[in-house]
Design a protein around this ligand. Sequence first.
Ligand code: URA
Length: 259
Amino acid sequence: MNEEKIVYHLNLNEAKIKRAHYALLTGDPERVSDIVSAFDPQAAEIACRREYRTFLGQMNTHPVLVVSTGIGGPSTSIAIDELAQIGIHTFIRVGTTGAIQPNVGVGDVIITSGAVRLDGASTHYAPIEYPAVSHHEVLFALIEAAQNLSIHCHVGITASSDTFYPGQERYNSYSKYVLKRFQGMTEELRKLQVLNYEMECSTVLTLCSCMGLRGGCVTGVIVNRTKEEYIETEDLKSGEINAIQVAVKAMSYLINEQK
Ligand code: URA
């Protein structure tokens, strides 16, 4: 690709990102600065358009992007596609999640090995039979990072849903109604050993695998759905901070190994 050519939504090109190959992704534009300051407090914002806010930082002398994707599969798919067009080959999603297993605590992190594809966006890139799996090098780096940081982690399967309320079987929505096809889903997923709900992993993992890129996801637990439907604001921080630490350290391992 012509290195001057700007990708449409992210407003970036190869020159602006200093030919970076690594990106940390997160849903919330406000979380981007928290993530980048965990490895490069001098980093600068290089683009901000719609939900896509991008900082360019340095990690072990390599350029690394931190980019917000907005919530859910459609906007995440645009971020991954456009970042791949300008040379990014390794993606770590860092976000927050609701656990559905009783043994997973608030503040723990979940490292996703594979995702249940309850999203729609990933089906525009690969058929539903195609697995949403983490790249093994990214997965190993995330596990090693959590262990070395002594952060309590769970490795396993995540359910990624297009909606926060009915698609995660929440009854505290405006209508309080959950479609019949979602009623009882949380209990079924729990029995199938699924660890958690969130909204972007299946898109990240499917798109990365099917396009020959590397993807992995770490999320911080901010609610345990076996106990609560609501998210308490004081529970948000510990999950977020732990997931950020794990993601940043894992990225530094991948960069050091030039993987
Ligand atoms: N993000 C989600 O999608 N669900 C939760 O329960 C928490 C964070």
